[in-house]
Design a protein around this ligand. Structure first.
Ligand SMILES: CC(C)(COP(=O)(O)OP(=O)(O)OC[C@H]1O[C@@H](n2cnc3c(N)ncnc32)[C@H](O)[C@@H]1OP(=O)(O)O)[C@@H](O)C(=O)NCCC(=O)NCCS
Length: 161
């Protein structure tokens, strides 16, 4: 973990992010989508790099939502992944903390949410450890029919790294 740098993405990281997304997740998006999200919310697009390669990313979009009383900004964690060879070293946790901090500080988001497969125990544990709670089940959310938990947390997170 010592030699891993965690920081906001640069434009030159995005092709590596796209490759890591294809390697690690069935949910893939057109390359332009990654670039669009990066261009709009660069401070909350977090990457982890070793000396030689990109080993993780968290892609975040900020969404305006109308609550009962007012408009708020919500951070939507769209995609998170860590390269299989670098897992269980706290990299995802650290990236999530940075993405949530940036969403709160730069984009004034007062909540964060995400979808996760109901069988994805590593990810569910990661999010619970950060204080996220399951808010609802989105039935058949994924293209193969699997359900998603929608998990959320107020911002700022109450944990630190
Ligand atoms: C989920 C994922 C991002 C976690 O990355 P990571 O860097 O290994 O996670 P961390 O080391 O920061 O783990 C933080 C906590 O998450 C939980 N966790 C992570 N991996 C776990 C596993 N294999 N089994 C159970 N819990 C796990 C643990 O609570 C862990 O804390 P601990 O190590 O102190 O017990 C990674 O497994 C991954 O890329 N998976 C494939 C892509 C994916 O599923 N993304 C999420 C989509 S919603």
């Amino acid at each position: 973990m010592l030699s891993i740098e965690i920081r906001p993405a640069n434009l030159t990281d995005i092709d590596d992010v796209i490759r890591l997304n294809r390697l690690t997740l069935p949910e893939n998006y057109p390359p332009q989508f990654f670039y669009d999200v990066f261009m709009q919310y660069p401070k909350a697009f977090i990457v982890a790099r070793s000396a030689s390669m990109l080993v993780g990313y968290v892609m975040t979009r900020i969404e305006k939502t109308l609550t009962v009383i007012k408009w708020i900004n919500r951070a939507h964690i769209i995609s998170v992944a860590v390269h299989p060879a670098y897992r269980r070293q706290g990299i995802a946790r650290k990236m999530m903390i940075e993405a949530c901090k940036a969403s709160y500080e730069f984009y004034k988001a007062s909540e964060v949410y995400l979808e996760v497969r109901v069988t994805n125990e590593p990810a569910i544990n990661l999010y619970k450890g950060l204080g996220f709670e399951i808010k609802e089940i989105n039935r058949g959310y994924y293209s193969d029919g699997e359900d998603a938990y929608v998990m959320h947390s107020p911002l700022p997170l109450k944990v630190s790294d």
